[in-house]
Design a protein around this ligand. Sequence first.
Ligand SMILES: NC(=O)c1ccc[n+]([C@@H]2O[C@H](COP(=O)([O-])OP(=O)(O)OC[C@H]3O[C@@H](n4cnc5c(N)ncnc54)[C@H](OP(=O)(O)O)[C@@H]3O)[C@@H](O)[C@H]2O)c1
Length: 275
Amino acid sequence: MNTKTLAFIGGGNMASALINGLIEDGIPPQNILVAEPDEKRREQLATRFGIRAVDDNNEAATQADILILAVKPQVLKDVATTLAPALIQKKPLCLSIAAGIRHTSLQRWLGEDIPVVRVMPNTPAMLKAGASGLYAPNSVNETQRSEAEHIVRATGIAVWLDNENQMDALTAVSGSGPAYFFLFMEAMENSARKLGLPEKTAHLLVLQTALGAARMAMESTNDLEELRNSVTSPGGTTEKALATFQEHELDQLVEKAMTAARDRSIALSESLGTD
Ligand SMILES: NC(=O)c1ccc[n+]([C@@H]2O[C@H](COP(=O)([O-])OP(=O)(O)OC[C@H]3O[C@@H](n4cnc5c(N)ncnc54)[C@H](OP(=O)(O)O)[C@@H]3O)[C@@H](O)[C@H]2O)c1
């Protein structure tokens, strides 16, 4: 990996998160190249990371051993089909982080014999706390899979999916998931204020409680139900709150919300992947 040239097409938020993680992981900055149309952004990327930033996608692609497509989904078809001729000779491993663009579309746009891995990151990747999913067909070999995983792990954890349909479920879990937790924290904050706590105190208590609960869940060998039971004394305050959630069918509500997110992911993929 340390001798390969990594080229990013698009130097926005997600590309920056990946570049930051890769450099912290020991990838030499001189091996990273980014193609980005915005001059100010190119200067920022070059200054912040010590990488090369160019304005020509083809220039980056022809040098790439590994190419990371980090543009918005709406422009990816144009970008990929324009790049395809530059990939014929070297056939670099291509990673697409674009939400909703199916592997078959990527393969068709980039060229049928280009190894392509589809990646779905999430926003906490910016803090190296991301949860990303990867999918590749059997034609992508073990070395290429391990290189793709190495890149994605620079921003957090990475899980491989057995089939591409699971990408829509993953989108409903980790892609949209941060917003569910923000919403729940907002609701807790609002209730805390109504119960008489000052705004700042409510905010701090909610955030630290969310962090503490997530850390306990990550670090404990107990499952979530056991953890919940361990903080729920019979006849106590937590039991009262949990009974209220159950009375209002929280489980079913969460399932409905996540199914709606999954269905929207399918619909968006269908509209974005058409020729
Ligand atoms: N952010 C997330 O949490 C998240 C999560 C999952 C997946 N993703 C995926 O990650 C990808 C990038 O998202 P992002 O949030 O990083 O977006 P972003 O910050 O807007 O980055 C995209 C970059 O691509 C540049 N660009 C536009 N057209 C280009 C072209 N023709 N050639 C080369 N570069 C071009 C943009 O420049 P201009 O600004 O000048 O147009 C921008 O700097 C998207 O496909 C998105 O679906 C993001």
